[in-house]
Design a binder for this molecule. Sequence first.
Ligand SMILES: [Zn+2]
Length: 443
Amino acid sequence: MNQQSDLILRQIPAQAAALGPALTALRRELHRRPELGWMEFRSSVRIAKALEKMGCDEVLVGDAVCDRDSRLGVPPQAELEAHYRSVEAEGLDPALLARMRGGMTGVIGILRCGPGPVIALRFDIDALPVTEAEDPDHRPAALGFRSELPGVSHACGHDGHTAIGLGTAKLLCGLREQLHGTVKFIFQPAEEGVRGAGAIVAKGHLDDVELLLGAHLGGEPDARGDTIGVGPNRTLATSKLDVLFHGKAAHAGLVPDAGNNAMLSAATAILNLHAIPRFGAAPTRVNVGRVTAGAGRNVICDRALLELEVRGLTTEANDYMTAYAKRIAEAAAQMHGCSCEIALRGEAAGDCNDPALCRTVLTVCRDRLGLAVAELPDEPKGYISEDYSLLAARVRSHGGQSCYFKNLTACAAPIHDPRFDFPERALVTGVTAFAGLAASQMG
Ligand SMILES: [Zn+2]
C-alpha cells in the first residue's frame, strides 16, 4: 500500500459515517416499497438518477445492463406490466422508466478515473415474496417503514445492499481526483431465485474486471458490534428447474385408458427425484417445492408442473444432480405416455472466493479502515446459493479475483424470515468496507 492510498483510506470511515442519516433514510424508503426480481422498476429509476447526480461517467440501464434472452425466471408479462403501470402512474422519469419495460431492470454505474485496475462492486436490489411481520416489536413496523406491499418485503436486506451501493458510489465519486482505475457499480436485479447474474455476465460487463467484491448483511441477534466476516464462503452451485408434463385428458370413468396421466408422471418424478443417490465427493440437495396439476376429480390430468431445485457444493456435484433430475423427469414422462418440457429458471455456480483477495480484504478492513473483522470457518453452519458466484466465475476465468464477504451485525431474525431486520449502522460499515477496499486498490 502506498502513501497516496493510505491518505485516501484515512478519510473514508469519517466520510462514510457522515452519510449515515442519508443511508438510513434511503434504506427505509426502499424498504417501504419493495419490488420482486425483474420488476425493480422504481428502485432502478431511483438508483440510476442517484448515480447520474453523483457524477458517474456512465449510467447503464435497460438493455445495456442485462442480456434480454439470458434472463432467467422472468415473471409473466401481465405481472410485469401491472407493476410497470403502477410505477409509471407515480410520474417517475418516463423516458428512463420506458427503457426498463418488460423486466429490463438493474443499473450499472461506471466511474472512470484514468489508467488503473478495473474493479466491480456488486449490490443486489430485489425483494422477496414474504409478508413482513406487523407486530409492534418488529422495528420497521414500530418506526413506520414496514413494507407497503402485501406479500412482498425486503426480508433479505437487499434494501440495505442498495443503500450501501449508492453510499459507496457517492463516496468514491467524491474522491475521483485521487483515484486511478475504473469502478463498476453493479446493481443486480433478481438475485432471489438466482436469476439475474447470468444475464449481466452474458452482456460482457465482467470481461475486463480484475477485482470483484460483493457482500451480504446478516448475523445473529446477539452479535456484539459489527464485523466484516471473511472466509472461503462455500456456496452451493444450483439449478432451478421447471418441469411441465404434457399428457392427454380423458373421462376417468368412461375411457380412462384413452388418457395419459400427467399427474402420475409428476408423482413418479417427485418420489424418484428425492431418491437420487447421494454424490460421494460433495454434499448435494434436492427439493420439489411446488406441484400444480389437475382439472377435476373425474378427469385424467393432462398437465402437471413441478418446480424443483438441485444443489451441490461443487459445480461437478450440481451437474450430477441436474443431469440425474432431467433423466428422471424424461423417464417419468415416458413411463405414462406423456412428454415433458424442462426449463432452467435460475442458476448459480459454486466457490467464489480467492484466498489472496480475502486476505487483502481482512487486512485493509482491520488495519486501514479500523473495522472489526473475523475469519469465518471453512465449514459453515449451513449452505446457501448466491448468483454472485456467476459473476465471480467469469472474473476468475480470465485471472481476476473475487471476494464475497459478510457484513455481520445483530439481525433481528435469519434472512428470508418475516421478522428480518438489521441495525442501520451496518450501512456505514458496508460503505466503509466497499469504498475503502476499492480505494485501497486505486491509490
Ligand atoms: Zn440476499
